[in-house]
Design a protein around this ligand. Structure first.
Ligand code: GLP
Length: 262
């Protein structure tokens, strides 16, 4: 695992956006795995700036989002489909045919989950998967106790997640109780993963993910088995790490410094 601790939230999210942009430049037909959540808002804002400034062609890129609420249509104001348009797709010339999310209002959500998994495979799999982190260690909507071998399927949300996500809904609106989410094995098949976590509320989950045992109790800990995983943190999210000094020695200021032969 590459543990990158940046001096600020701004620098962590900027570096995440830069890495996405670099990968698009490296392969214009890239298949991205995208995420939602408050953490991603500054990442997408920076990405829009970098793509515009660099004149980067995103029209050939494809994307698959991690998850969607069951019961919400793509045009529902709180659906992840609407969120993605608001944060990213409305601002850059992505091809709408190539930006995909699970259909939350599919008549048969189980079938939709299977179809989504098949669509990812048919596209050749995800090259770079972007991830946020739930306060309880979830990735996508893979709540604690999710099988580490899971595929795209329906997951019931924990009360903790429903409460955490209530802020995106109006006071009189209820957060859906179920989601369609890529599974942990689906996520692990991405050739590269990049998880971004910022703020003190994530410190405990970050420590469990990086330094705890690999366990379904902390779904993100599965990333310890991923051969190419970068964890981008700000100082608050890194606060619970026992080996923090070591990570900062390896990557000062979050920079990718490699061992060089003298
Ligand atoms: C939701 C999403 C996750 C996201 C998590 C953290 O539950 N399904 O993909 O990582 O929230 O969100 P935030 O960044 O708002 O803390």
């Amino acid at each position: 695992m590459q543990v990158l601790i940046f001096p600020s939230r701004d620098e962590a999210t900027r570096a995440a956006a830069k890495r996405i942009a670099d990968r698009i430049v490296g392969h214009l037909d890239i298949v991205l795995g995208l995420a939602t959540g408050g953490t991603m808002e500054p990442v997408y804002a920076r990405l829009i700036e970098i793509v515009r400034e660099g004149g980067i062609d995103v029209s050939r890129a494809s994307s698959f989002n991690l998850d969607e609420y069951v019961g919400l249509a793509a045009d529902h104001p709180q659906s992840y489909a609407t969120t993605m348009r608001r944060l990213l797709f409305d601002h850059l010339p992505f091809d709408p045919e190539r930006t995909r999310l699970p259909r939350g209002d599919a008549p048969d959500p189980l079938r939709e989950a299977k179809l989504y998994e098949a669509m990812i495979a048919a596209a050749g799999g995800v090259e770079l998967q972007l991830l946020g982190l739930g306060n309880n260690g979830h990735i996508g909507f893979n709540e604690p106790s999710s099988s580490l071998a899971s595929r795209t399927r329906i997951k019931r949300l924990t009360r903790n997640t429903i409460e955490a996500n209530q802020r995106f809904f109006g006071p009189d609106e209820t957060v859906p109780t179920h989601s369609i989410t890529m599974g942990i094995a689906t996520i692990m098949e991405a050739r590269e993963v990049m998880l971004v976590a910022t703020g003190a509320a994530k410190a405990e989950a970050v420590a469990a993910m990086i330094e705890g045992p690999v366990s379904a109790a902390c779904p993100a800990s599965a990333l310890q088995y991923h051969p190419r995983a970068a964890i981008m943190l700000d100082p608050d999210a890194a606060a619970g790490l026992k080996l923090r000094d070591y990570y900062e020695d390896v990557h000062p200021g979050g920079r990718e410094v490699y061992f060089a032969r003298r």
